[in-house]
Design a protein around this ligand. Sequence first.
Ligand SMILES: *[C@@H]1O[C@H](CO)[C@@H](O)[C@H](O)[C@H]1NC(C)=O
Ligand SMILES: *[C@@H]1O[C@H](CO)[C@@H](O)[C@H](O)[C@H]1NC(C)=O
Ligand SMILES: *[C@@H]1O[C@H](CO)[C@@H](O)[C@H](O)[C@H]1NC(C)=O
Length: 237
Amino acid sequence: MLPQLAVLAKILCLLMVVMCGAVPAMVRSVSLYSTCSSGNVTVIGRSIKAVVRDDQNAPYQKLTTQSEDFSRKLYIFAEKSQRYICFNERWKPIGLPKKKKNSRCQFYEDYNGSYLTYRSVVNSSRYLGFNKFGKPVKNRGRQECFNFIKYNPHADINHHNNLVNADMGGMDPYVVSRKPSPVMRASKNLLSQTDSTREIVHTTHRYRHRSWKLRPAEKISASRRRLESPLFEANKY
Ligand SMILES: *[C@@H]1O[C@H](CO)[C@@H](O)[C@H](O)[C@H]1NC(C)=O
Ligand SMILES: *[C@@H]1O[C@H](CO)[C@@H](O)[C@H](O)[C@H]1NC(C)=O
Ligand SMILES: *[C@@H]1O[C@H](CO)[C@@H](O)[C@H](O)[C@H]1NC(C)=O
């Protein structure tokens, strides 16, 4: 009886890990380092460059990759500028606001050796690239100019979660940072049905990284975010 339970528990654990790994529409905060320009992709308004990180531009280097469905098509979204990285009609990368988002803002992320490349969904011979001065390149250039390294600054995410947790009165940062799947959340609810504080943390967190639509309870944090970024409105167009 007892060993059987243990096996069941193990299967459940495995299932949860598999489910979490396979969840689509994952949103992760990353920086994209361009090997040709030795800088990180930086989106300030419409302008996109690859420059070395400093105190001023650091927030503009915080990107998230998002997928809308089960396909491999990715959007690259710059949180601070609230813009997507897109190709214009002449295949120059530009930052576009949400309402102008289109298929030219979608990329396939592939490995070329140990580097990542971002290929346009619209034309498979067009890649995202930056030259050694950090300027976008259209189609010519050395292969390094189309290579990227993705930095996933966990330290920053943990820091953010710790801040959120501090606000909420202290919570296990691991649980928050995993962005649990519905299955995992459901089982967690089974385990602790009265743990409503944790739900609040999830909601706040999902707002920041996943859902861009406002719900009443989240309006406060949204307006706080806007206050923190005076450039937000200025960069909108
Ligand atoms: C690029 O971003 C990562 C992560 O934030 C950072 O660790 C790295 O120092 C940055 N590199 C440059 C060249 O700015
Ligand atoms: C991958 O890199 C090699 C050079 O290392 C280059 O010849 C090739 O075109 C690259 N492939 C893609 C898909 O970018
Ligand atoms: C894709 O871009 C290439 C140039 O890199 C061009 O020759 C080709 O016609 C384009 N294909 C489509 C389907 O637009």
